[in-house]
Every structure is written in structure tokens, then in C-alpha cells.
Design a protein around this ligand. Structure first.
Ligand code: ADP
Ligand code: MG
Length: 681
């Protein structure tokens, strides 16, 4: 057996367990060793029975003085009651349905028991179903890891496997060069792996954790910096004509720009007019008006004689942009085209031809735009909306469609500054930190299952006032069928409850035509309630909608909830968000609390990142940011500077990590990015 061996080679892991472990992305010995404990229990100290306080959890060492199998029950259902004495006092250990355990204990021998103490019959001290082992074995004692699990795998099984694998961990090969280890005072990789699972003391645990967090951040940072290096070519960009102004377009908008929009547009225009290649991130909360800013830049590019592209992550959003922008631009003689996966083959051929010959100025669409056969005549500006939904490489690919075109990426998921530094370290950032005037704050409430009817009644009231509502059901990962059914069942229920109103269902697996029709009818007020999956999460703009009901809100990330909530409160009417929380967990309550009290997307994003880590935070694996196993970008932010310096040193020495020295690190980086890293390295 080695690190690459299948886990089925481990004693006690057969096909069945292997299937279950796959859910935790564990297939090899290395994967299992890299499953780090979620927390630890300090069971180093043994407590005399005389000092036990009911309600607390202890490790006890005592001799068994009595074993009783309850005679009133039969077979496997028997209750097993053990009395143990450690010289200071007595306690009982009780096991229900434990006929099969009759031979687990031997009277007179000494055992370790670990569990919560309660008061039993006649005030006797009792542990119900404690963990136990023979005292000589001592496997219960020490700093004991607690692993993240999946159904069908027990904590004890996991601990047993990990304990067995510890000899492998202890022999893990070092992959970092000695100079990096020395400069940063790191412990060896083998030491780290062994001690992260079974640390002897706090000091060793801290050394181990530091090393592993450092590794992860180094892999993330070096990978991202390498991507950036490959994509930057600075001084040879387009200098858009200073004499071409955008005032006419700005005047044509139905509202004056906010101060924040003016500032962002100003920064963009001056970047465009310079010879440098613009790489600018426009960050602004939901509804802050990023689209208008993008339009101004596009207008400028077209009037200067260049083509421009706007790429959006979903078909619905791309179409919405297309319809609005086409209408506004046509007044200025600007020709706008649309491209997505749902465009028919013949249409597509025509559009590709028009893009190539320059008879379209503006192309709006989905990632269909980055297909290799899409060729531009003279692409000068590329804009990516909701950038966080795209992989890191998409931005690069889009940029390669022109000769160093200027680039804008926009995101309505406010990325916490910490993460922005890592993800977009090469970008200049414009922040739109102001909402257009007249926006009402959105009232957020949470209810549990029992009050769903109240929520529906509330929706009814709004509809009677002429408003519209969204009801969103969660998207269950990697099971589209289940997800569709659940949205459908919500739809069926609402259909009955709101029999006098028009209820429609929208989800990602519908035909494009169907989706378009429904969105169109919702926009025109012909549908009162739109039941949907998160396909409406980003960018959708229907100002008359005033209620957002989110089913199983505990299943969504905070940033995602904030996005969804941002679908309402876009017009003049008071708006509401109702979270139907079906979880009783503490975390779910905490998260709901944050949503109720916070409307600032930045704060929400920060909390979300802290609670869920960056992978989960973005809600999708497509974003190109790997999930971190142990590093936490909020908690370990202090380390970032050190790690970044180290990454820069590494890449300066060996930009493509070709040398033997960095071979190990390179392998790790590629694995970390799990195919998302399209480096020529
Ligand atoms: P986001 O930043 O979330 O992409 P949008 O660009 O979709 O926001 O804008 C949200 C809504 O606000 C749109 O209906 C848009 O027309 C409107 N809007 C944008 N800028 C202003 C402004 N300065 N004043 C009033 N309404 C505005
Ligand atoms: Mg938008």
C-alpha cells in the first residue's frame, strides 16, 4: 500500500464503505490522510469518579465489578449494565439493545470509559453508551480527533483507519524545497500530517496546522499568480480616443448617475484612454447599477470604432442584458447581437459571420462567446458580468479574442477584500458603494415550516396590491432530477393555494424558449408568482416584484441569499424577504439572524466566507477557486503576506515550475486546482 493506493486496500474498507467515502471525495490513501479533523477532544486527563459532575463529559479509568444483562428483555434487545469502581467511587455504564455486546467486558479488568455523565436510578452516576476500551490499550486517551463524516461512517471507524494510516503519514515524502522550509520555520510534511491527526500536545498541533495552512495558501497563491502572469501584457493596449465623449449616452439614461457610478465610469474611461491594458474589477452590491457603468464603457468603445463583448453567466441574465442594451443602443445606431448555446446552428453561423466582418458592434451572450470559432474583427473591450460565476481562465480566454483588449469584470457578490486581493491581485478595483436614491430597505423575516401558510398569506396580500413574488427552492447539488422535483412540488402546492392567481415554474432544465416566455410574462406582470430554482439568482430585474420567499433557506450560502433577496426592492414599492428555515441547528439560526440584521453585502460576504470557506462561498465549483481543507482566508489572513512573498520568489526563480526543486509543489498545485488550472506548466 502507498499514498496512491485505493482505500479498499485498508483493512475494514470494502466496496460499500468505499462508496460512502467517495461522498467525501476520498478514493486514495492520500485522500484519507488529507481528511483533517474538524475538531479535537481533549481526553488527556483521567477524572476520579468521585469528582464527576452530571452533565459533563469525562474520561474515567475503573475496574469492572459487576456486569448485568437485563433479564426482562430478549436476544439482541438486552440492556447491558456495567458497574465500575476506580477506588474513589462507583459509576454505571449502560448499553441498550446490547445483547451482542455481552462478551465485550470481563469482570475484574480495568477499562477506560469516555462519555457524558448523567444521574441514573437512585442518583447513581451513569454513562449511557460511553466509548470504552481496555485500559492497557489507551486508544481512548489523548487528544482525540473528530472527523467530518458522512452517513454510514462512524467516528470510531474513521479514527481507527486514521490511526492505522498514521505510519504512512509519518513517512510522507517532503515536497517543499529546504530553503522555503527554513525561511518560514516550517515543520516537515510528515510531522505535520502525523500530528494533525494525533497531536501529542498543543504545541505539536500548532506546528502541524501552521505547516498545512501554509502549504494550502502557498499552493493557492502560487497557482493564481501563475495564471495572472500568463495573462498579463501591460503596456501595449488600446488608447481609446480622448475626444470621443460619452455624455450623450449618459444623458439618454432615464436617471442621473449616482456619485459612485460616475466615479467608477470615470475610472474606467481614463483607463481606456491610456495605453495600458485595463484590468478593472467593478464591485458593487446588488442593485447598485453596474450595468449602466458597463454600458457607458461599451458606448465609448464602439464610438471609438471597436467591438465590445459582454459575457454573463446565465442565459436568462444574458438575454435580459441584450434586450435592454439593444434597445438603448439602437437609438445611437449601435448594432447589438446575441450569442448563446441555445442559438440555432444557422443563426449562429450568421452571427459569427457578422462578428467576424464587423457588422455587429456589441455582442452579448453566455460563455458560448469564448468558443474557439468566435472571431472578432477588432475587439477592444471585454466585460464579464458576475465574474465570480466564471472560472479564473474564462476571463483570460475572452481577453485573447482581441489584441490586448481592455477588460472589465463586474461582480455583485461583494468579495471580501481579503479574498479579492488573492483572486484579483492583478486588477484595479472600482467600488460602487452607493445605491440609487429612493431604494427602500427590504424587510427580512424567518419562519419555520409551521408558519409557511402565514408566509403564503402574506404573499397573497402583496399580490392583491398588484405586486409579484418569487418563491425559490434550493438546488440540490449533483442531483438535478431531485432538485427539479422539489421545485415542482412547491409549484404544485402554490398552484393549489393561489388558485386565483397565475403561478409559473422556472428551472434550469427547461427549454430556452420556455424560459424566455416565462421571464417575459413575469416582466410584463402576467405571472403573479414565479417559483424557481436559483437560476434567477443573478441579475434579474423586475421592479414590480416585492416578495422573495426562499424555501429551505438553510441550504443556501449567505451571499447567495443576499443575491436572491436583491431580486426584490428594485422599484418604488416596499419589499420583503421571507426565509423558510427548516433547520433547527444553531448555525442556521445564526445565519438567519445575520440576514435579518444586515443589508450590507460586504459584511454578509465576509461572514459567509468565514462560515463556509471560499469554495462553498461561491456556491459552485466552477469558479476556479479550490476548496481549502484547513486554511481559512479570514482566520489566517495574517499569513497571506508571507505566503505571497514566497510565491513571488518561487515564480521569479522558476516561472513554469519546471525544475526538479519545485516538482513536488507543482504536483500539489495542479491537484489543488483540480483541473481548473489551465496553465502551460
Ligand atoms: P446591478 O449592479 O445589480 O447589476 P443593475 O445594473 O441591474 O444593478 O441596476 C439595478 C436597477 O437600478 C436597474 O433597474 C437600473 O435601471 C436602475 N438604476 C441603475 N442606476 C440608477 C440610477 N443612477 N438611478 C436610478 N436607478 C438606477
Ligand atoms: Mg448586474
Amino acid at each position: 500500500m502507498n499514498f496512491q493506493s485505493s482505500i479498499t486496500e485498508i483493512k475494514g474498507i470494502g466496496q460499500k464503505k468505499a462508496e460512502l467515502l467517495k461522498k467525501l471525495n476520498i478514493e486514495t490513501v492520500a485522500d484519507l490522510i488529507n481528511l483533517y479533523p474538524r475538531s479535537y477532544q481533549d481526553r488527556r486527563y483521567i477524572t476520579p469518579i468521585s469528582q464527576l459532575v452530571p452533565g459533563n463529559t469525562y474520561l474515567v479509568r475503573a475496574h469492572i465489578i459487576n456486569i448485568v444483562n437485563n433479564k426482562f428483555s430478549y436476544g439482541k434487545k438486552k440492556t447491558l449494565k456495567i458497574t465500575a469502581d476506580d477506588g474513589s467511587g462507583r459509576m454505571e455504564a449502560v448499553f441498550f439493545n446490547a445483547g451482542f455486546m455481552a462478551n465485550a467486558f470481563t469482570a475484574g479488568e480495568e477499562y477506560l470509559f469516555y462519555g457524558r455523565v448523567n444521574k441514573g436510578y437512585a442518583n447513581r452516576l451513569q454513562m449511557t453508551h460511553p466509548e470504552f476500551s481496555q485500559a492497557a490499550k489507551e486508544t481512548l486517551r489523548g487528544i482525540i480527533p473528530v472527523y467530518p463524516l458522512t452517513e454510514g461512517i462512524s467516528q470510531n471507524e474513521m479514527r481507527k483507519w486514521q490511526r492505522e494510516l498514521n505510519t504512512y503519514a509519518e513517512n510522507a515524502e517532503e515536497f517543499l524545497p529546504a530553503d522555503i522550509i527554513n525561511r518560514n520555520n516550517l515543520c516537515s510534511y510528515s510531522y505535520a500530517l502525523s500530528n494533525i491527526h494525533f497531536p501529542k500536545d498543543e504545541q505539536k498541533f500548532k506546528e502541524a496546522r501552521y505547516r498545512l495552512v501554509f502549504d494550502e495558501m502557498l499552493q493557492l497563491q502560487t497557482g493564481l499568480l501563475a495564471i495572472k502572469k500568463a495573462s498579463s501584457g501591460k503596456n501595449n493596449g488600446i488608447a481609446f480616443d480622448k475626444k470621443i465623449k460619452t455624455d450623450d449616452y449618459i444623458k439618454s439614461l432615464p436617471y442621473p448617475l449616482t456619485r459612485a457610478q460616475q466615479k467608477a465610469a470615470g475610472e474606467i474611461i481614463s483607463d481606456m484612454e491610456s495605453k495600458n491594458v485595463m484590468s478593472r474589477l467593478v464591485q458593487g452590491d446588488v442593485g447598485s447599477g453596474k450595468t449602466a457603468v458597463a454600458e457607458i464603457a461599451m458606448y465609448k468603445a464602439v464610438k471609438c470604432g471597436f467591438q465590445t463583448v459582454l459575457m454573463a453567466p446565465t442565459e436568462i441574465l444574458a438575454r435580459q442584458h441584450f434586450e435592454g442594451i439593444k434597445e438603448r443602443f439602437s437609438a445611437f445606431g449601435i448594432r447589438t447581437g446575441f450569442l448563446s448555446g441555445s442559438v440555432t446552428k444557422t443563426q449562429r453561423e450568421t452571427i459569427l459571420e457578422m462578428i467576424k466582418t464587423g457588422s455587429l458592434d456589441v455582442i452579448i451572450g453566455t460563455h458560448a462567446i469564448i468558443q474557439p470559432d468566435v472571431k472578432f474583427k477588432n475587439l477592444g473591450l471585454v466585460i464579464t458580468d458576475e465574474q465570480h460565476r466564471f472560472g479564473v481562465n474564462h476571463r483570460m480566454l475572452l481577453g485573447q479574442k482581441g489584441k490586448n483588449p481592455d477588460q472589465i469584470v463586474m461582480t455583485a457578490t461583494p468579495i471580501p477584500r481579503t479574498l479579492a486581493v488573492i483572486l484579483y491581485g492583478d486588477l484595479d478595483i472600482s467600488v460602487i458603494d452607493e445605491l440609487p436614491p429612493g431604494r427602500q430597505s427590504i424587510t427580512t423575516k424567518t419562519v419555520d415550516e409551521t408558519r409557511r401558510i402565514d408566509a403564503y398569506r402574506f404573499v397573497k396580500g402583496q399580490i392583491e396590491k398588484g405586486r409579484q413574488a418569487y418563491v425559490v427552492a434550493p438546488l440540490i447539488e449533483d442531483s438535478d432530477t431531485i432538485n427539479v422535483r422539489s421545485a415542482e412540488s412547491v409549484y404544485d402546492e402554490l398552484h393549489r393555494f393561489f388558485s386565483e392567481n397565475t403561478v409559473a415554474l422556472l428551472h434550469g432544465e427547461m427549454k430556452q424558449k420556455e424560459k424566455d416566455d416565462i421571464m417575459e410574462r413575469f416582466k410584463n406582470g402576467k405571472i403573479d408568482i414565479l417559483v424557481s430554482t436559483v437560476v434567477i439568482e443573478v441579475g434579474i430585474n423586475v421592479p414590480n416584484a416585492t416578495v422573495m420567499v426562499i424555501e429551505n433557506s438553510e441550504r443556501f450560502g449567505l451571499a447567495q441569499l443576499h443575491q436572491l433577496r436583491g431580486r426584490v426592492g428594485r422599484g418604488e414599492h416596499k419589499s420583503y424577504c421571507i426565509l423558510i428555515n427548516s433547520s433547527k441547528s444553531e448555525i442556521a439560526a445564526q445565519r438567519a439572524e445575520i440576514m435579518i440584521n444586515t443589508s450590507d453585502g460586504f459584511i454578509i460576504a465576509e461572514k459567509d466566507l468565514e462560515l463556509r470557506g471560499p469554495g462553498e462561498f461561491f456556491g459552485t465549483r466552477q469558479h476556479g477557486v479550490p476548496d481549502l481543507k484547513i486554511a481559512n482566508l479570514v482566520k489566517h489572513i495574517d499569513m497571506l503576506e508571507t505566503v505571497k512573498k514566497e510565491s513571488l520568489v518561487i515564480l521569479a526563480e522558476d516561472p513554469l515550475l519546471e525544475s526538479e526543486k519545485y516538482a513536488g509543489l507543482k504536483t500539489k498545485i495542479i491537484k489543488t486546482f483540480n483541473g481548473n488550472l489551465n496553465l502551460k506548466m
